[in-house]
Design a protein around this ligand. Sequence first.
Ligand SMILES: [Zn+2]
Length: 266
Amino acid sequence: MPTPHAILSPTERERYRRQMQLPGFGQESQERLKSATALVTGVGGLGGTAALYLAAAGVGRLILVRGGNLQRDDLNRQVLMTDDWVGKPRVFKAQQALAAFNPDIEIEAVCEYVTAENIDGLVQRADIALDCAFDFKERDLLNAACVRWGKPMVEAAMNAMEGYLLTVIPGKTPCLSCLFPEKPEWDCWGFGVLGAVSGTLACLAALEAIKLVAGLGEPLLGQLLTMDLARAEFAKRRAYHDPDCPVCGGVKAKGDRTIPVVMARS
Ligand SMILES: [Zn+2]
């Protein structure tokens, strides 16, 4: 996690005043957020909404990664978009919307899909990653790169009315491959999705990232949060850490650089 070297401007002190009043969250936590770079893969119903709340909280630099153009049937959940943007690259609209929402942060838009070629460069520049990609191929690439570079990753996935959330700290917690060594049958175009469901999960993913960076509360480490929003049921399950995982097996935590602030202090 970044050391808090960023100094808050008077505008920022005003903007974030209400959250700096939270118990356990003061000026130092806000400066940590300002010093941090978060990588968000996917800017759809999940990633776009998560990025909105990272921007609201004052994460200093966001790297948004998503190829492809906005389609009209994205608009039931992609709240950073507008109807007149249909047919144009959605990542640039997300950048524009977030810059208007919070001009005190930097937003980089990368109009590419996650690939084996670009992922290492992206992860190396980030302090934390949020996995909101739309398929397992991109999710596996991000997970493996986060393990390689010792970067924490918040994993958010959904299927219809269900959501799944997991925070991965390489060397300390199970990774995505420990949980899903074989990928479930999944058709990214095939399931229905409701904006309030992807938005709920996105807020929880952003919250996990904010907690890790700011040293607030207790992050969801080694546990998979499952939610059935059709029934408003939430459950936490202990995630299996596979010692022989082909991605994270044998990986050790690399000191403070990979350990969230809240753990380093304990
Ligand atoms: Zn693993």
